[in-house]
Structure formats: structure tokens, C-alpha cells
Write a protein that binds this ligand. Structure first.
Ligand SMILES: [Zn+2]
Length: 293
């Protein structure tokens, strides 16, 4: 690895540390949507892997907003803290033992992981979800998603969504290789786009859509051999202008963070919360319950 490449890597690392999300504090999670919940039923397809997105006309936004939100958790790095990690960086770094405890708690409490196609079917058609659904998402393509999170999830037959920032592909040892991403996909996980180098969609102009969205989508599709249909906004930032741009590029849903949802196209701003490093199990459990309405 050349010196320049190391510099770029660290630059991206800093970028993701400092600003990947808005506040991970669950108190900042907006209260959104109505309370009319579609009751999940037993016996649903819990594999949900690589199933086609249902076609047909979308229901009115009010129908989607009226369904009970599924808890969606967002993780960044999964590793033990170093003395050099700043206080704010630690929000984005989950110590390994804590992560393991969180996955065990989800499993022991009867949670079932769901994937975006299942969520999409639920939101658009009311298709049932398994009991106690939760979605696990990992942003930025960190290598510990493969080396630490993936083996842990396998213990419980959990599946997840990995949102890849393609500039980092193959930049070992900090980031996953193409082969690692492919292995995650082949194991039934979902690969989503997280842009080329983490620039906010709110600032795109000219060729930015091609650089940040079109080329990364092509690259990820070449790796997985399948369409890339889900997107996570860098920093969780979005605006309405981005929705049609993403839709015309084949994305059927996009994920933000603990922000409000847009009442014109709620599929394009599905809420997640960042699980901040340092949370106690009590905080973790409370956040899952209180942040999604
Ligand atoms: Zn990110």
C-alpha cells in the first residue's frame, strides 16, 4: 500500500468517524408515523433472502407511514476502543464484547432479523413479518463487519444489510475486499450502496450522481451479480430532490438515520438508529423500544 493510499484510507476513516451519522442519542429519534400496526404473524418466511421486490403500484404514503416501524439498527466499526479514539469517535465504534452481548440479547429475547425486501413487502403490501422483527445494518465497509460481526450473526442465523462505500473496497486491512463482500452476499445477506466516497446527496450536482451513485451501483452489481436496490444516505442526510434521482436509478428504498420521515415518499427515508459504542444493555434495549413508533 502506498503512502498516498494510506493517507486516503485514514482520511476516509476520519470522515466516517467524525460524521457518518447524526446524533446516535436515541432521545433525538423523531417520533414519526401513526400507531396503527400491522400485526406480525408466525410462520412467515424468515429467510427472505434475495427474494424479488413485489411489483405493482405503491400505496399512498399515509398507508406506509401508518404501519408500525420496524427497529433498524445501524453499526459502524466493531472493535475495541484504542487510547487514541476520541470521545465522539467512540459513538461509531462498538466494542466487540458489547456487540456480542447485543446480538445474544436479541436472539435470547426472540428477535428475528429481517431484510429490506421483507420490509419493503411489509410496508407496501402489509405482508407479515416474523415475530419481533429487527433489521441490522452495517455502514461504510469496515473489515470488522466481515471478521467480527458476520461470524457473530451466523451463530444465531441472523442476516444483515451491508452498505458499502465503494472507494474503500479492497483497502485492507481497514476495509472489506470484493471477495468478502461477495461472500456476505452469497451467505444470504444484502449488499446496499453507500456512495463512492461518502459525500452527502444533498450536495450533488453535475457528474456527482454518476460518480457517487451510478458507478458504485455498477461495481456492486458486478460483485454480487444481482441488482442493488437499497441505499443508505451518508451522514443520514437526504432531501426530497434525491428521491426521484435514486428511484430512476433503480433504488426502491433508502435509509436515513434518526430523523423524521418525509410524508411524500417515506420509502426513501426509512429511519434507523445508530447503536453508539458505550451504550449499556439497558440503553440498547430501551432505544429499540422507544425509537420506533
Ligand atoms: Zn457512512
Amino acid at each position: 500500500m502506498t503512502k498516498n493510499l494510506v493517507g486516503l484510507c485514514l482520511g476516509v476513516l476520519c470522515l466516517t468517524f467524525s460524521a457518518c451519522g447524526s446524533s446516535p442519542d436515541p432521545k433525538h429519534a423523531a417520533v414519526a408515523g401513526g400507531a396503527a400496526a400491522a400485526k406480525p404473524t408466525d410462520g412467515a418466511d424468515t429467510t427472505g433472502t434475495h427474494t424479488p421486490v413485489p411489483g405493482g403500484k405503491l400505496p399512498p404514503p399515509s398507508v406506509i407511514l401508518g404501519r408500525k416501524e420496524v427497529p433498524i439498527l445501524c453499526y459502524h466499526q466493531i472493535r475495541d476502543w484504542k487510547p487514541t479514539d476520541s470521545r465522539s469517535a467512540k459513538d461509531y465504534i462498538m466494542p466487540i464484547a458489547d456487540f456480542r452481548q447485543q446480538m445474544k440479547m436479541l436472539h435470547d429475547s426472540g428477535y428475528h432479523t429481517v431484510l429490506p425486501d421483507q420490509l419493503y413487502a411489509y410496508l407496501t403490501t402489509g405482508a407479515p413479518l416474523p415475530e419481533k422483527p429487527v433489521m441490522l445494518t452495517f455502514d461504510d465497509n469496515d473489515e470488522d463487519h466481515y471478521t467480527v460481526a458476520y461470524p457473530e450473526l451466523k451463530k444465531y442465523n441472523f442476516k444483515a444489510v451491508y452498505f458499502v462505500m465503494t472507494v474503500t473496497l479492497g483497502r485492507l486491512p481497514h476495509y472489506m475486499s470484493k471477495d468478502q463482500v461477495k461472500e456476505l452476499y452469497n451467505a444470504g445477506n444484502v449488499i446496499g450502496s453507500h456512495t463512492w466516497d461518502h459525500h452527502s446527496v444533498k450536495k450533488y450536482q453535475g457528474k456527482d450522481w454518476e460518480i457517487q451513485i451510478d458507478k458504485p451501483t455498477k461495481q456492486l452489481e458486478a460483485i454480487t451479480g444481482a441488482p442493488i436496490r437499497y441505499f443508505a444516505y451518508p451522514f443520514g442526510l437526504w432531501n426530497r430532490q434525491a428521491f426521484p434521482e435514486l428511484r430512476k436509478r433503480g433504488f426502491v428504498a433508502a435509509f436515513g438515520l434518526a430523523d423524521h420521515r418525509d410524508d411524500t415518499d417515506p420509502l426513501m427515508c426509512i429511519r434507523r438508529i445508530i447503536v453508539a459504542g458505550g451504550w449499556s444493555m439497558k440503553t440498547f434495549n430501551a432505544a429499540i423500544h422507544s425509537s420506533f413508533k
